[in-house]
Design a protein around this ligand. Structure first.
Ligand SMILES: [Fe+2]
Length: 168
């Protein structure tokens, strides 16, 4: 039997949390993203920073969007000043081929372009309007977690590791 990895579980949980918060729909823009200083930019949120409460609070969203993501973008834009090829190739292709980069930028690109990609994906997959798990995620939740309702209402005991409860 295939089990969910911890990463898959976190992604699925985030999606289910967004579903659970769907009744608190708030439409507003967050503060505008800072003007880009290079080819990469922080995308504006398409929902208010408090739209995911009570699952993810506004302050957490602001920190990750306006501070973390902005810092990754500023850093990768600095790298792009001297290595413009990283902006001329799709992000996933750059991240999937870090071994071809010069040693002096390899870690910078991994950390900062990776941080940019991860945060961008997070803003895009999360939202206040919710949705229902489908496809492989739904099948995995049904198979490994006893269904969506059980998954949404169950919690891990405090201090429990994912390994002890059967997630790998
Ligand atoms: Fe972050």
């Amino acid at each position: 039997m295939r089990r969910l990895s911890r990463r898959q579980l976190v992604v699925a949980a985030a999606g289910v949390a967004a579903v659970a918060g769907a009744s608190r729909t708030v439409f507003a823009q967050t503060a505008p993203a800072p003007a880009p200083t290079g080819p990469f930019s922080v995308p504006p949120l398409t929902y208010a920073t408090d739209a995911l409460e009570p699952h993810i609070d506004s302050k957490t969203m602001e920190i990750h969007h306006d501070k973390h993501h902005a810092a990754y973008v500023a850093n990768i834009n600095n790298v792009a000043k001297t290595h413009p090829q990283i902006a001329e190739t799709p992000i996933q292709a750059v991240l999937g081929n870090l071994n071809v980069l010069e040693d002096d930028i390899k870690m910078l690109v991994r950390n900062n372009l990776g941080g940019h990609a991860n945060h961008t994906m997070f803003w895009e997959i999360m939202g206040p309007n919710g949705g229902k798990p489908a496809g492989e995620v739904l099948a995995a939740i049904d198979r490994d977690l006893g269904g969506v309702e059980k998954f949404q209402t169950s919690t891990l005991p405090v201090g429990a590791s994912s390994a002890r409860v059967g997630y790998s």
